[in-house]
Design a protein around this ligand. Structure first.
Ligand SMILES: *Cc1c(COP(=O)(O)O)cnc(C)c1O
Length: 224
């Protein structure tokens, strides 16, 4: 099978499983540009990367070939990379705004954006030490408050990652996703806005879909 045939099959299988309101983000980190072009030619538009430099290289290389592409930054973001990130053509969303300091720096730099970008606040539902993200609802709420009424940064929703190291993988993933839904609903009520959730990866996306995730972020299973 060629990559095109393989990817066509994968895309069709997964899109048939998506309930209304759930969208697929293809995580193309470490994959060659040619793989992205194949998915783009099949009609897919949303791609995620976790490193600014790799995202920048791919976005520049594909700028003219894939004019409708939407890039999502999903990885840990360091504040010294904000200026480079904000210059990236077709930057659509940042899923990994993990603390208040980073958020304040993004807000300060937003004038450099040529068009608005969607922001997801990352919430640490697993409480694993190496995971980043806001830790309490109060911090999340204050961050959301700082984002509302910004010109170029749009409060789009909340993001989380399920617990990785656990003997109860499914139950833990569900607990994390349920918790994110609770926080999302509280924020929606607090500010009278509609928000989305970004949750679910190759290992736990089926549970995320049961929990009505708006964005599942799939890497491994889309390419292997
Ligand atoms: C790599 C990555 C994914 C995709 O993970 P897979 O297991 O390859 O599907 C999703 N979200 C984030 C934040 C990632 O870094």
């Amino acid at each position: 099978m060629t990559n095109k045939e393989k990817f066509e099959k994968k895309l069709s299988e997964i899109t048939h499983k998506l309930p209304a309101g759930s969208k697929l983000l293809i995580v193309s980190k470490t994959r060659p540009q040619s793989d992205i072009e194949i998915y783009y030619a099949l009609g897919h538009r949303d791609f995620g990367e976790n490193r600014v430099q790799e995202l920048e290289e791919k976005a520049l290389a594909l700028k003219d070939k894939c004019p409708e592409i939407r890039w999502h930054m999903i990885g840990h973001l360091q504040s010294n990379k904000i200026n480079a990130l904000f210059k990236i053509p077709h930057l659509y969303a940042i899923h990994s705004v993990h603390d208040r300091d980073l958020l304040d720096q993004l807000i300060k730099a937003q004038g450099k954006l040529s068009s608005p970008v969607n922001i997801f606040l990352q919430y640490n539902t697993s409480k694993e030490a190496e995971k980043s993200g806001f830790e309490t609802y109060t911090d999340l709420k204050m961050a959301a408050n700082a984002l509302i009424k910004n010109e170029k940064l749009n409060l789009a929703g909340v993001m989380t990652m399920g617990t990785l190291r656990t003997d109860h993988f499914e139950a833990e993933a569900r607990r994390c996703f349920e918790e994110l839904n609770v926080e999302k609903c509280k924020l929606e009520a607090e500010y009278g806005v509609r928000l989305e959730t970004s949750m679910g990866m190759s290992q736990d996306y089926q549970i995320a879909l049961e929990e009505k995730s708006n964005w599942i972020r799939l890497g491994t299973m889309m390419f292997t």
